[in-house]
Write a protein that binds this ligand. Sequence first.
Ligand SMILES: NC(=O)c1ccc[n+]([C@@H]2O[C@H](COP(=O)([O-])OP(=O)(O)OC[C@H]3O[C@@H](n4cnc5c(N)ncnc54)[C@H](O)[C@@H]3O)[C@@H](O)[C@H]2O)c1
Ligand SMILES: N[C@H](CO)Cc1c[nH]c[nH+]1
Ligand SMILES: [Zn+2]
Length: 427
Amino acid sequence: MIEIFDFRKGIDDGILQKLHNRSKLENREIAKKVEEIISNVRERKDKALFEYTYMFDGINLDKSTVKVTKEEIKNAYKEVGEEFLKAIDKAIKNITEFHEKQKQSTWMDFKEGIIYGQIIRPLSQVGIYVPGGTAAYPSSVLMNGIPAKVAGVERIVMVSPASKKGINPYVLVAADRIGINEIYRVGGAQAVAALAFSTESIPKVDKIVGPGNIFVAMAKRALYGHVDIDMVAGPSEVLVIADEAANPKYVAADLLSQAEHDIMASSILVTTSLKVAQQVKTEIERQMEYLGRKEIIEKSLKNFGAIIVVNDLQEAIGIANDIAPEHLELNISNAFEIIGEIKNAGAVFVGEYSPEPLGDYLAGPNHVLPTSGTARFFSPLSVTDFIKKMNILYYSKDSLREAKEDVITLANSEGLTAHANSIKVRF
Ligand SMILES: NC(=O)c1ccc[n+]([C@@H]2O[C@H](COP(=O)([O-])OP(=O)(O)OC[C@H]3O[C@@H](n4cnc5c(N)ncnc54)[C@H](O)[C@@H]3O)[C@@H](O)[C@H]2O)c1
Ligand SMILES: N[C@H](CO)Cc1c[nH]c[nH+]1
Ligand SMILES: [Zn+2]
Protein backbone atom coordinates (compact mmCIF):
# COMPACT_ATOMS: atom_id res chain seq x y z
CA MET A 1 0.00 0.00 0.00
CA ILE A 2 1.03 3.63 -0.48
CA GLU A 3 3.43 4.95 2.18
CA ILE A 4 3.72 8.37 3.87
CA PHE A 5 7.21 9.93 3.93
CA ASP A 6 7.76 12.93 6.18
CA PHE A 7 10.33 15.26 4.59
CA ARG A 8 9.77 18.13 7.04
CA LYS A 9 13.07 17.54 8.81
CA GLY A 10 14.94 17.19 5.54
CA ILE A 11 14.40 15.79 2.05
CA ASP A 12 15.32 12.12 1.87
CA ASP A 13 17.32 11.85 -1.35
CA GLY A 14 17.32 8.06 -1.28
CA ILE A 15 13.52 7.94 -1.38
CA LEU A 16 13.37 10.66 -4.02
CA GLN A 17 15.81 8.75 -6.22
CA LYS A 18 13.70 5.62 -5.86
CA LEU A 19 10.63 7.56 -6.91
CA HIS A 20 12.36 9.04 -9.91
CA ASN A 21 10.50 7.68 -12.86
CA ARG A 22 13.55 7.93 -15.07
CA SER A 23 14.91 4.89 -13.25
CA LYS A 24 12.30 2.79 -15.11
CA LEU A 25 14.17 3.45 -18.35
CA GLU A 26 17.34 2.09 -16.77
CA ASN A 27 15.90 -1.38 -16.24
CA ARG A 28 18.58 -3.48 -17.98
CA GLU A 29 16.50 -6.63 -18.11
CA ILE A 30 13.67 -4.96 -20.02
CA ALA A 31 16.12 -3.12 -22.27
CA LYS A 32 17.81 -6.42 -23.18
CA LYS A 33 14.50 -8.06 -23.97
CA VAL A 34 13.43 -5.12 -26.12
CA GLU A 35 16.73 -5.15 -28.03
CA GLU A 36 16.30 -8.86 -28.73
CA ILE A 37 12.73 -8.37 -30.00
CA ILE A 38 13.83 -5.51 -32.26
CA SER A 39 16.72 -7.39 -33.83
CA ASN A 40 14.60 -10.50 -34.37
CA VAL A 41 11.84 -8.54 -36.13
CA ARG A 42 14.45 -6.68 -38.17
CA GLU A 43 15.97 -9.96 -39.40
CA ARG A 44 13.05 -12.39 -39.53
CA LYS A 45 10.26 -9.87 -40.21
CA ASP A 46 6.69 -11.29 -40.23
CA LYS A 47 7.87 -14.61 -38.82
CA ALA A 48 9.22 -12.98 -35.67
CA LEU A 49 6.36 -10.48 -35.48
CA PHE A 50 3.76 -13.27 -35.48
CA GLU A 51 5.77 -15.42 -33.04
CA TYR A 52 5.95 -12.60 -30.50
CA THR A 53 2.28 -11.77 -31.01
CA TYR A 54 1.45 -15.36 -30.17
CA MET A 55 3.81 -15.34 -27.18
CA PHE A 56 2.57 -12.08 -25.60
CA ASP A 57 -1.01 -11.63 -26.85
CA GLY A 58 -1.94 -15.29 -27.37
CA ILE A 59 -3.23 -14.85 -30.91
CA ASN A 60 -2.21 -16.62 -34.06
CA LEU A 61 -1.74 -14.31 -37.04
CA ASP A 62 -0.55 -14.60 -40.60
CA LYS A 63 -0.21 -12.23 -43.53
CA SER A 64 -3.89 -12.62 -44.42
CA THR A 65 -5.25 -11.88 -40.93
CA VAL A 66 -2.93 -9.23 -39.47
CA LYS A 67 -4.76 -6.32 -41.08
CA VAL A 68 -8.18 -5.23 -39.81
CA THR A 69 -10.88 -5.53 -42.48
CA LYS A 70 -13.66 -3.10 -43.43
CA GLU A 71 -16.15 -5.73 -42.34
CA GLU A 72 -14.69 -5.80 -38.80
CA ILE A 73 -14.99 -2.03 -38.52
CA LYS A 74 -18.61 -2.23 -39.70
CA ASN A 75 -19.34 -4.93 -37.12
CA ALA A 76 -17.66 -2.91 -34.36
CA TYR A 77 -20.40 -0.28 -34.71
CA LYS A 78 -22.93 -2.91 -33.64
CA GLU A 79 -21.15 -3.30 -30.31
CA VAL A 80 -20.82 0.32 -29.23
CA GLY A 81 -23.87 2.22 -28.03
CA GLU A 82 -25.32 5.57 -29.08
CA GLU A 83 -23.99 7.15 -25.88
CA PHE A 84 -20.43 6.23 -26.82
CA LEU A 85 -20.86 7.71 -30.30
CA LYS A 86 -22.18 10.95 -28.83
CA ALA A 87 -19.34 11.21 -26.32
CA ILE A 88 -16.63 10.37 -28.81
CA ASP A 89 -17.94 12.90 -31.32
CA LYS A 90 -17.82 15.59 -28.62
CA ALA A 91 -14.26 14.58 -27.77
CA ILE A 92 -13.32 14.70 -31.47
CA LYS A 93 -14.73 18.23 -31.72
CA ASN A 94 -12.83 19.51 -28.65
CA ILE A 95 -9.55 17.80 -29.56
CA THR A 96 -9.76 19.07 -33.15
CA GLU A 97 -10.45 22.64 -31.97
CA PHE A 98 -7.46 22.55 -29.63
CA HIS A 99 -5.10 21.17 -32.26
CA GLU A 100 -6.28 23.49 -35.06
CA LYS A 101 -4.68 26.28 -33.01
CA GLN A 102 -1.28 24.58 -33.35
CA LYS A 103 -1.18 24.73 -37.15
CA GLN A 104 1.81 26.50 -38.63
CA SER A 105 1.93 28.26 -41.98
CA THR A 106 4.55 28.54 -44.65
CA TRP A 107 6.22 31.98 -44.53
CA MET A 108 8.29 33.98 -47.00
CA ASP A 109 10.11 37.25 -46.53
CA PHE A 110 11.35 39.55 -49.27
CA LYS A 111 14.30 41.97 -49.18
CA GLU A 112 15.76 43.62 -52.25
CA GLY A 113 16.88 40.79 -54.53
CA ILE A 114 16.40 38.19 -51.78
CA ILE A 115 13.58 35.81 -50.92
CA TYR A 116 13.74 33.49 -47.96
CA GLY A 117 11.34 31.54 -45.81
CA GLN A 118 10.16 28.16 -44.62
CA ILE A 119 7.77 25.82 -46.35
CA ILE A 120 5.63 23.63 -44.07
CA ARG A 121 4.91 20.10 -45.28
CA PRO A 122 3.04 17.31 -43.51
CA LEU A 123 4.94 14.05 -42.96
CA SER A 124 3.94 11.52 -45.62
CA GLN A 125 3.56 8.41 -43.48
CA VAL A 126 3.36 7.97 -39.74
CA GLY A 127 2.69 5.05 -37.44
CA ILE A 128 0.50 5.54 -34.40
CA TYR A 129 0.68 3.18 -31.46
CA VAL A 130 -2.58 2.67 -29.59
CA PRO A 131 -2.09 0.69 -26.37
CA GLY A 132 -4.23 -2.34 -25.74
CA GLY A 133 -2.59 -4.70 -23.28
CA THR A 134 -4.31 -4.24 -19.93
CA ALA A 135 -7.02 -1.85 -21.21
CA ALA A 136 -8.25 -0.59 -24.59
CA TYR A 137 -7.74 3.09 -25.41
CA PRO A 138 -10.16 4.60 -27.94
CA SER A 139 -9.17 8.00 -26.46
CA SER A 140 -5.55 7.39 -27.53
CA VAL A 141 -6.73 6.80 -31.11
CA LEU A 142 -8.09 10.36 -31.11
CA MET A 143 -5.10 11.89 -29.34
CA ASN A 144 -2.69 10.32 -31.84
CA GLY A 145 -4.80 10.54 -34.96
CA ILE A 146 -6.39 14.00 -34.78
CA PRO A 147 -3.16 16.04 -34.74
CA ALA A 148 -1.88 13.91 -37.64
CA LYS A 149 -5.08 14.59 -39.59
CA VAL A 150 -4.97 18.32 -38.78
CA ALA A 151 -1.36 18.42 -40.04
CA GLY A 152 -2.45 16.75 -43.30
CA VAL A 153 -0.53 13.44 -43.03
CA GLU A 154 -1.39 11.29 -46.05
CA ARG A 155 -0.88 7.81 -44.66
CA ILE A 156 -1.62 7.00 -41.02
CA VAL A 157 -0.85 3.42 -40.02
CA MET A 158 -2.29 2.31 -36.69
CA VAL A 159 -1.06 -0.64 -34.64
CA SER A 160 -2.73 -1.95 -31.51
CA PRO A 161 -2.58 -5.32 -29.78
CA ALA A 162 -5.65 -7.51 -29.98
CA SER A 163 -7.14 -10.25 -27.89
CA LYS A 164 -8.64 -13.48 -29.26
CA LYS A 165 -11.86 -11.50 -29.84
CA GLY A 166 -10.01 -9.06 -32.08
CA ILE A 167 -9.21 -5.39 -31.57
CA ASN A 168 -11.53 -3.70 -29.11
CA PRO A 169 -14.63 -2.38 -30.99
CA TYR A 170 -14.47 1.05 -29.30
CA VAL A 171 -10.93 1.45 -30.63
CA LEU A 172 -12.02 0.48 -34.15
CA VAL A 173 -14.98 2.86 -34.13
CA ALA A 174 -12.81 5.72 -32.81
CA ALA A 175 -10.37 5.09 -35.68
CA ASP A 176 -13.16 5.01 -38.24
CA ARG A 177 -14.69 8.24 -36.87
CA ILE A 178 -11.48 10.15 -37.71
CA GLY A 179 -10.78 8.37 -40.99
CA ILE A 180 -8.03 5.91 -40.04
CA ASN A 181 -8.39 2.68 -41.96
CA GLU A 182 -4.95 1.03 -42.17
CA ILE A 183 -4.89 -0.89 -38.91
CA TYR A 184 -2.74 -3.87 -37.87
CA ARG A 185 -3.55 -6.01 -34.84
CA VAL A 186 -0.07 -6.14 -33.33
CA GLY A 187 1.42 -4.41 -30.32
CA GLY A 188 4.42 -4.17 -28.02
CA ALA A 189 8.06 -3.72 -29.02
CA GLN A 190 7.52 -6.07 -31.99
CA ALA A 191 4.91 -3.75 -33.56
CA VAL A 192 7.17 -0.73 -33.09
CA ALA A 193 10.06 -2.62 -34.73
CA ALA A 194 7.83 -3.64 -37.67
CA LEU A 195 6.85 0.01 -38.23
CA ALA A 196 10.51 1.04 -38.17
CA PHE A 197 11.95 -1.65 -40.49
CA SER A 198 9.00 -3.07 -42.50
CA THR A 199 7.92 -6.68 -42.57
CA GLU A 200 6.25 -8.54 -45.43
CA SER A 201 2.85 -7.33 -44.11
CA ILE A 202 3.60 -3.95 -42.55
CA PRO A 203 5.32 -1.29 -44.63
CA LYS A 204 7.60 1.04 -42.69
CA VAL A 205 6.79 4.62 -41.75
CA ASP A 206 8.86 7.78 -41.22
CA LYS A 207 7.79 8.49 -37.65
CA ILE A 208 6.24 6.51 -34.81
CA VAL A 209 4.14 8.27 -32.19
CA GLY A 210 1.98 7.27 -29.28
CA PRO A 211 2.00 5.94 -25.76
CA GLY A 212 2.46 2.43 -24.47
CA ASN A 213 3.87 0.40 -21.63
CA ILE A 214 7.57 0.21 -20.77
CA PHE A 215 8.28 -2.24 -23.65
CA VAL A 216 6.74 0.12 -26.20
CA ALA A 217 8.41 3.21 -24.73
CA MET A 218 11.84 1.55 -24.67
CA ALA A 219 11.44 0.20 -28.21
CA LYS A 220 10.60 3.66 -29.53
CA ARG A 221 13.62 5.11 -27.75
CA ALA A 222 15.90 2.37 -29.11
CA LEU A 223 14.66 2.87 -32.67
CA TYR A 224 15.06 6.62 -32.75
CA GLY A 225 17.43 7.38 -35.58
CA HIS A 226 16.11 4.58 -37.80
CA VAL A 227 12.82 6.39 -37.61
CA ASP A 228 11.68 9.59 -35.90
CA ILE A 229 9.68 9.40 -32.68
CA ASP A 230 7.54 11.88 -30.82
CA MET A 231 8.82 11.27 -27.27
CA VAL A 232 9.14 8.65 -24.56
CA ALA A 233 5.50 8.16 -23.47
CA GLY A 234 5.50 5.22 -21.10
CA PRO A 235 3.53 4.19 -18.00
CA SER A 236 1.28 7.01 -16.77
CA GLU A 237 2.20 9.32 -13.92
CA VAL A 238 0.49 11.89 -11.77
CA LEU A 239 1.96 14.14 -9.11
CA VAL A 240 -0.52 16.11 -7.01
CA ILE A 241 0.50 19.15 -4.98
CA ALA A 242 -2.07 19.71 -2.23
CA ASP A 243 -2.33 22.19 0.62
CA GLU A 244 -4.33 21.97 3.86
CA ALA A 245 -7.50 23.12 2.05
CA ALA A 246 -7.44 20.24 -0.48
CA ASN A 247 -10.27 17.72 -0.49
CA PRO A 248 -8.70 14.32 0.38
CA LYS A 249 -11.46 12.48 -1.44
CA TYR A 250 -10.63 14.20 -4.74
CA VAL A 251 -6.88 13.84 -4.29
CA ALA A 252 -7.18 10.12 -3.53
CA ALA A 253 -9.45 9.58 -6.55
CA ASP A 254 -7.00 11.31 -8.89
CA LEU A 255 -4.01 9.31 -7.59
CA LEU A 256 -5.99 6.10 -8.09
CA SER A 257 -6.99 7.12 -11.62
CA GLN A 258 -3.41 6.86 -12.86
CA ALA A 259 -2.44 3.89 -10.70
CA GLU A 260 -5.00 1.75 -12.52
CA HIS A 261 -3.16 2.11 -15.85
CA ASP A 262 -0.20 -0.12 -15.20
CA ILE A 263 1.75 -1.82 -12.42
CA MET A 264 4.54 0.60 -13.41
CA ALA A 265 2.36 3.72 -13.32
CA SER A 266 3.19 6.23 -10.59
CA SER A 267 1.02 8.35 -8.35
CA ILE A 268 2.67 10.79 -5.96
CA LEU A 269 1.16 13.29 -3.55
CA VAL A 270 3.28 16.13 -2.18
CA THR A 271 1.46 18.03 0.54
CA THR A 272 2.13 20.74 3.10
CA SER A 273 -0.32 19.09 5.53
CA LEU A 274 0.29 15.90 7.52
CA LYS A 275 -3.47 15.77 8.17
CA VAL A 276 -4.27 15.79 4.43
CA ALA A 277 -1.57 13.13 3.90
CA GLN A 278 -3.20 10.81 6.43
CA GLN A 279 -6.71 11.48 5.14
CA VAL A 280 -5.66 10.80 1.53
CA LYS A 281 -4.10 7.47 2.56
CA THR A 282 -7.33 6.44 4.32
CA GLU A 283 -9.40 7.59 1.32
CA ILE A 284 -7.24 5.59 -1.09
CA GLU A 285 -7.84 2.44 0.95
CA ARG A 286 -11.59 3.17 1.10
CA GLN A 287 -12.08 3.99 -2.59
CA MET A 288 -9.96 1.05 -3.75
CA GLU A 289 -12.51 -1.30 -2.30
CA TYR A 290 -15.17 -0.34 -4.81
CA LEU A 291 -12.91 0.05 -7.87
CA GLY A 292 -11.92 -2.64 -10.34
CA ARG A 293 -8.31 -3.39 -11.33
CA LYS A 294 -7.35 -3.72 -7.64
CA GLU A 295 -4.36 -5.92 -8.33
CA ILE A 296 -2.78 -3.41 -10.73
CA ILE A 297 -3.51 -0.47 -8.40
CA GLU A 298 -2.00 -2.20 -5.38
CA LYS A 299 1.23 -3.05 -7.19
CA SER A 300 1.54 0.38 -8.74
CA LEU A 301 0.97 2.24 -5.45
CA LYS A 302 3.34 -0.02 -3.55
CA ASN A 303 6.23 0.26 -6.00
CA PHE A 304 5.83 3.69 -7.58
CA GLY A 305 3.41 5.55 -5.30
CA ALA A 306 4.19 7.86 -2.36
CA ILE A 307 2.71 10.51 -0.11
CA ILE A 308 5.32 13.10 0.83
CA VAL A 309 4.86 15.74 3.52
CA VAL A 310 6.90 18.94 3.12
CA ASN A 311 7.24 22.23 5.02
CA ASP A 312 5.92 24.60 2.37
CA LEU A 313 4.81 25.03 -1.24
CA GLN A 314 8.31 25.99 -2.38
CA GLU A 315 9.60 22.56 -1.33
CA ALA A 316 6.65 20.90 -3.07
CA ILE A 317 7.34 22.78 -6.32
CA GLY A 318 11.03 21.86 -6.08
CA ILE A 319 10.18 18.15 -5.86
CA ALA A 320 7.69 18.41 -8.74
CA ASN A 321 10.21 20.17 -10.98
CA ASP A 322 12.81 17.54 -10.11
CA ILE A 323 10.54 14.56 -10.83
CA ALA A 324 9.08 16.23 -13.97
CA PRO A 325 5.83 14.23 -13.92
CA GLU A 326 3.65 13.51 -16.92
CA HIS A 327 0.65 15.13 -15.17
CA LEU A 328 0.86 17.71 -12.40
CA GLU A 329 -2.28 18.61 -10.45
CA LEU A 330 -2.27 21.83 -8.43
CA ASN A 331 -4.84 21.24 -5.76
CA ILE A 332 -4.05 24.41 -3.83
CA SER A 333 -5.60 27.82 -3.22
CA ASN A 334 -4.44 30.48 -5.72
CA ALA A 335 -2.79 27.91 -7.98
CA PHE A 336 -2.43 30.38 -10.85
CA GLU A 337 -0.10 32.48 -8.67
CA ILE A 338 2.60 29.79 -8.62
CA ILE A 339 2.24 28.49 -12.17
CA GLY A 340 5.24 30.57 -13.26
CA GLU A 341 7.44 28.45 -11.00
CA ILE A 342 6.44 25.15 -12.59
CA LYS A 343 9.19 24.25 -15.02
CA ASN A 344 8.84 20.53 -15.73
CA ALA A 345 5.54 18.72 -16.35
CA GLY A 346 3.80 17.25 -19.39
CA ALA A 347 0.48 18.89 -18.49
CA VAL A 348 -0.69 20.99 -15.55
CA PHE A 349 -4.22 20.68 -14.15
CA VAL A 350 -5.25 23.72 -12.16
CA GLY A 351 -7.74 23.63 -9.29
CA GLU A 352 -9.92 20.91 -7.80
CA TYR A 353 -12.40 20.82 -10.68
CA SER A 354 -9.83 20.04 -13.36
CA PRO A 355 -9.11 16.38 -12.55
CA GLU A 356 -6.63 14.59 -14.78
CA PRO A 357 -9.18 12.21 -16.40
CA LEU A 358 -11.00 15.23 -17.86
CA GLY A 359 -7.87 15.79 -19.94
CA ASP A 360 -7.51 12.09 -20.72
CA TYR A 361 -10.77 12.05 -22.61
CA LEU A 362 -12.60 15.20 -23.49
CA ALA A 363 -11.24 18.67 -22.83
CA GLY A 364 -9.06 18.98 -25.96
CA PRO A 365 -5.37 19.10 -24.90
CA ASN A 366 -3.45 15.99 -25.91
CA HIS A 367 -3.05 13.13 -23.42
CA VAL A 368 0.04 11.71 -25.11
CA LEU A 369 2.63 13.22 -22.79
CA PRO A 370 6.27 12.66 -21.84
CA THR A 371 6.96 10.34 -18.91
CA SER A 372 9.96 9.00 -16.95
CA GLY A 373 11.33 12.46 -16.23
CA THR A 374 11.48 13.36 -19.94
CA ALA A 375 9.09 16.29 -19.48
CA ARG A 376 12.37 18.12 -18.77
CA PHE A 377 12.87 18.25 -22.56
CA PHE A 378 9.88 16.71 -24.42
CA SER A 379 6.51 18.37 -25.06
CA PRO A 380 2.97 16.98 -25.42
CA LEU A 381 2.08 15.40 -28.76
CA SER A 382 0.93 18.13 -31.14
CA VAL A 383 0.41 19.05 -34.79
CA THR A 384 4.08 20.10 -34.87
CA ASP A 385 5.03 16.42 -34.50
CA PHE A 386 3.46 15.69 -37.87
CA ILE A 387 5.00 18.45 -39.98
CA LYS A 388 8.43 19.27 -41.22
CA LYS A 389 9.94 22.44 -42.53
CA MET A 390 12.02 23.15 -45.62
CA ASN A 391 14.07 26.32 -45.87
CA ILE A 392 13.89 28.21 -49.15
CA LEU A 393 16.37 30.75 -50.46
CA TYR A 394 16.65 32.95 -53.57
CA TYR A 395 19.38 35.57 -54.30
CA SER A 396 19.55 37.72 -57.43
CA LYS A 397 22.95 38.20 -59.14
CA ASP A 398 23.36 41.67 -57.59
CA SER A 399 22.55 40.39 -54.09
CA LEU A 400 25.10 37.59 -54.42
CA ARG A 401 27.72 40.10 -55.62
CA GLU A 402 27.10 42.13 -52.48
CA ALA A 403 27.43 39.06 -50.23
CA LYS A 404 30.40 37.64 -52.16
CA GLU A 405 33.39 38.85 -50.08
CA ASP A 406 31.82 37.89 -46.74
CA VAL A 407 30.98 34.36 -47.89
CA ILE A 408 34.49 33.88 -49.31
CA THR A 409 36.06 35.15 -46.05
CA LEU A 410 33.95 32.78 -43.96
CA ALA A 411 34.66 29.81 -46.27
CA ASN A 412 38.40 30.53 -46.11
CA SER A 413 38.22 30.70 -42.30
CA GLU A 414 37.09 27.07 -42.42
CA GLY A 415 39.74 26.16 -45.00
CA LEU A 416 36.99 25.17 -47.45
CA THR A 417 38.35 26.52 -50.68
CA ALA A 418 35.80 24.74 -52.89
CA HIS A 419 33.06 26.60 -51.05
CA ALA A 420 34.78 29.91 -51.73
CA ASN A 421 35.28 28.86 -55.34
CA SER A 422 31.55 28.22 -55.82
CA ILE A 423 31.01 31.95 -55.24
CA LYS A 424 34.08 33.17 -57.15
CA VAL A 425 33.27 31.30 -60.39
CA ARG A 426 30.05 33.31 -60.73
CA PHE A 427 31.81 36.68 -61.04
N1 LIG B 1 2.26 8.61 -21.49
C1 LIG B 1 1.12 8.65 -22.12
O1 LIG B 1 0.83 9.61 -22.81
C2 LIG B 1 0.15 7.48 -22.02
C3 LIG B 1 -1.15 7.57 -22.57
C4 LIG B 1 -1.99 6.44 -22.50
C5 LIG B 1 -1.54 5.27 -21.92
N2 LIG B 1 -0.28 5.25 -21.39
C6 LIG B 1 0.29 4.04 -20.84
O2 LIG B 1 0.22 3.06 -21.86
C7 LIG B 1 0.38 1.81 -21.25
C8 LIG B 1 -0.54 0.78 -21.82
O3 LIG B 1 0.01 -0.44 -21.46
P1 LIG B 1 -0.64 -1.80 -21.80
O4 LIG B 1 0.26 -2.86 -21.28
O5 LIG B 1 -2.05 -1.78 -21.36
O6 LIG B 1 -0.69 -1.86 -23.38
P2 LIG B 1 0.47 -1.77 -24.49
O7 LIG B 1 -0.23 -1.90 -25.79
O8 LIG B 1 1.33 -0.61 -24.28
O9 LIG B 1 1.35 -3.06 -24.24
C9 LIG B 1 0.90 -4.34 -24.51
C10 LIG B 1 1.99 -5.09 -25.21
O10 LIG B 1 3.15 -5.16 -24.38
C11 LIG B 1 3.89 -6.30 -24.71
N3 LIG B 1 4.30 -7.00 -23.49
C12 LIG B 1 3.57 -7.22 -22.37
N4 LIG B 1 4.27 -7.94 -21.49
C13 LIG B 1 5.47 -8.21 -22.07
C14 LIG B 1 6.63 -8.90 -21.67
N5 LIG B 1 6.71 -9.49 -20.47
N6 LIG B 1 7.67 -8.97 -22.50
C15 LIG B 1 7.64 -8.34 -23.72
N7 LIG B 1 6.56 -7.67 -24.16
C16 LIG B 1 5.49 -7.60 -23.34
C17 LIG B 1 3.01 -7.20 -25.52
O11 LIG B 1 3.50 -7.24 -26.82
C18 LIG B 1 1.64 -6.54 -25.51
O12 LIG B 1 1.01 -6.62 -26.75
C19 LIG B 1 0.19 2.01 -19.75
O13 LIG B 1 1.45 1.98 -19.17
C20 LIG B 1 -0.39 3.40 -19.67
O14 LIG B 1 -0.06 4.00 -18.47
C21 LIG B 1 0.57 6.31 -21.45
N1 LIG C 1 -3.74 8.98 -18.50
C1 LIG C 1 -3.27 8.47 -19.77
C2 LIG C 1 -2.04 9.29 -20.17
O1 LIG C 1 -1.02 9.05 -19.36
C3 LIG C 1 -4.23 8.57 -20.91
C4 LIG C 1 -5.52 7.82 -20.75
C5 LIG C 1 -6.27 7.27 -21.73
N2 LIG C 1 -7.36 6.75 -21.18
C6 LIG C 1 -7.31 6.98 -19.88
N3 LIG C 1 -6.20 7.63 -19.63
ZN1 LIG D 1 -5.44 8.05 -17.66
